[in-house]
Write a protein that binds this ligand. Sequence first.
Ligand code: NAP
Ligand code: MG
Length: 500
Amino acid sequence: MGLELKKEAINAAVSNLQLRTKAFINGKSVNSVSGETFATVNPANGKTFAEIASCDEKDVELAVKAARKSFESGCWSKMPPAERKKIIFKFCDLMEEHEAELALLDCLDAGKPIFDCVTIDAPETIECIRWHAEAGDKLLDTISPTGSSNLSLIVREPMGVVGIIVPWNFPAQMTAWKIGPALATGNSIILKPAKLTSLSAILMAELAAEAGIPDGVFNVLPGPGSTVGKALGMHMNVNMVAFTGSTEVGRTLLGYSSQSNLKRIILELGGKSPQVVMADADLDITAENAVSAAFWNMGENCSCGSRLIVHKSVKDELVKKMVKILKTWPVGDPLDPDTRFGPMVEEPHMEKVLSYIEAGKAEGAELVMGGNRVLEETGGYFIEPTIFDECNNKMKIAAEEIFGPVLSVIPFETEEEAVAIANDTEYGLASSLYTRNVNAAHRIARAIRAGTVSVNCFSEGDMGAPFGGFKESGFFGRDKSIYAHYQYTEMKAIWMNLED
Ligand code: NAP
Ligand code: MG
């Protein structure tokens, strides 16, 4: 059941919330082997609201054993896909029954506005898992052409035991992007949520078990990346790790793979996404979308459009329109249904973002809006939406991923210059382009080196559109779409001699 976006309904749901805080191994909620826990904090007030089982290498051992056993037994991996689909649909139905809880957990844990959690995160999480379940029994294997004395089958099989490591910015949704295709294709999974936001992942595993996903197929190990994540990456009996997070940790995972069993690693990483605005763009449409691109989810968004590359002739007017829109985005308590802008996820991250704002000022960028910590009296980690004008790509704020509400505005004069600035980055995750000229739209969309180019909007497309990065924004990874689905399978050739 969804959550009504009214204060009374939200407050009632918070007081009825029963937090699930244990690890989930082999179909059971368990304490960590060490018995250790860690605190999870609500970033809107700085207060601890739950203690969560803190796993380490010993728990990884237990989970890998359980996952391997379930995989080899065939209880899930060899189940007819249409049967798997029924069970995953049941899992989705249960998530729908618990949709209010799913939305609230990410709101409390990550400081995301409840409005976003209710209208986007929770429903899209469920939709994604359903989409992959639906695909599971629709995809055909192939037969390659041979003479009549041979048969050449090309089949896809699940990878085996799959480690899944996710970040904190869209806790349930990033989890869904991975577990949806991994489960639908018959793998057994071990999910490590980000320490800052473990609660929705634990709920999902418990509901999956209730739906009938067999023991050992879906395990969750809350705990630090440096122990749980590393142990998964280094494990000789894990066949694949699917990761979303920073480029730095992604690089480390490739190292773990090379030092262990050459497990498949797929990476969805950071970004410094350009929004290119041509002189002929519709500035009202652009302003609405450019504000969302840069500031939705407080800029804690891998596809955050943090560089506004705008034609000199329309720059001032566009920035003025954006400031006007941003003034209608209330900053405040994420549990308030009117709030569009919550806190940073934790204090150290807030400090990091503030240090970028200081760097922007020191480098001579022109502060147009924001730039401060606000609502300090709440104990929360709030920063105002911040716009710097007159930036260039050499400035730290325009070159590095800030992962916060800081937009760099960079003027240009020619199309060639705009494309060069857009591509002058080691990242290549997402981008947007605004123009009314269809020829320019095609030309520039092809010229931008990024996994997604959205034209006259800020969008990653629907579930059918793949999402992932060029350059240092990714490594073979595509989430969503049928391409994500295939990633969790191995391709096998079966060559048969039919001669008597
Ligand atoms: P992060 O620091 O890289 O953490 C991501 C996950 O990796 C967390 O679960 C973390 O565990 C774990 N981890 C840390 N060290 C590890 C290690 N040595 N071995 C294995 N796992 C390890 O990233 P973040 O700060 O959570 O998220 C922000 C980043 O994610 C940004 O760069 C953003 O652009 C990127 N992102 C990308 C996408 C995409 O689709 N491309 C989507 C969302 C976010 P802890 O619990 O200890 O933190
Ligand atoms: Mg938290």
